[in-house]
Design a protein around this ligand. Sequence first.
Ligand code: HAM
Length: 427
Amino acid sequence: MRITAIRGFSDILPGEVEIWQAVEAKAREVFSAYNFSEIRIPILEKTELFSRSIGEATDIVEKEMYTFEDRDSRSADMSEATKLTLRPEGTAGVVRAYVESEMYKSEPARKLYYMGPMFRRERPQKGRMRQFHQIGAEALGRGDPFIDAEILLLLSDFFNAVGLTEPSLQLNSLGDSECRPKYREKLWAFLKEREESLCENCRRRIDRNPLRVLDCKEPGCIRATKDAPSILDWLCANCQEHFQTVQRLLRETNVQFTLNPRMVRGLDYYCRTTFEWTTTQLGSQSAVAAGGRYDGLVQELGGPAIPGVGFAMGVERLTMLLRTQEIAAANGPLCYVVWVGETARDWVFPLVHRLRQKGLSVEMEGEARSLKSQMRRADKLKAVSVLIVGDDELAKGKVVLRNMVTREQQEIRLDRIEAELTTRKAN
Ligand code: HAM
């Protein structure tokens, strides 16, 4: 019986993977311009890391995490958390690594980025996977609004660099520990009065996480909360000033945005600036990238009081958007070596090895095939050029090099093969 992949987990096959590589390469380029360094963190972490940072009363922690007991948990130190979870996002792990390695001791201000798979047991649909990939960045150690704006500019530059003009930026501020509790109380009272009109899920949320009610997609809840108090009217003076500066910096750098006071995000660590870049082309899964500020998280995870701000983008969603645009056809090998006769084959095999060692992409067959069949194969592989080596050619000391695009061919001396292919690679 055939074994298939798990629902919501997919392969990224050749043909598709090139666009992923292009996205990753562009991201690295832009990250480097903004002076971010790469960090690689484990895929598996202690469950407690996520419940403490993302929040117990969030959808992710309540129902979407892949959590299991480690095999030897019984014999392990029981004072330690024994449950493990496949990471549903990257921020918690990056902050844990920052605290654990005491990066803040030598230099608290760190700009870090990461790429890799994340896992959430959501209902799969277009743009929503159970294993998906994020490219994310975290700027730790800076509380000023300039870094919030910098993060948004980085994203805007990245979208431009990959040729996406469509995503639009929605911006909000969630206040801080001074003003948010007051807003939360106000919202709680508002929701209590309308409890009857809310869905079952939201009724449960009123006491546990009232802000999440604003994010509910149920028509009844949208109607009932239409006139809900806006967080932006409740910001304290410091949060107000921070948010105003972020907006001013975006205006000065020509980044368009709209304010959305109902955008609350699905993770609890946020404060102040939060944002989502959305598109109309992906159906209901419209967020391509999202993030915000999380000033309490480093401390929550056992470090000093150090602020942070960051984002993550969904690579599946990005590549879906890019697929709708033109992508350069992937090239095959630089050279396909056709050989005729066993002497030629034995001469070709070490040549191919030498060329590959020089970083040239070269392919050859192992079994004898007709010249015609090998030429067909070169075409199929989209080889840029073909080198034809037969016993006669070797005796003459010259081989034929054919340009598969222009169909021109020329005779070249054996000792010129590498130089000739290197020039073609450069062009
Ligand atoms: P998030 O909004 O949960 O934030 O996810 C960020 C992005 O990951 C989403 O906008 C979306 O593009 C993609 N994404 C999320 N879930 C899925 C899924 N099931 N399938 C496909 N794509 C998905 C975070 O994860 C935060 N850690 C972002 C952050 C970094 N905030 C501060 N720093």
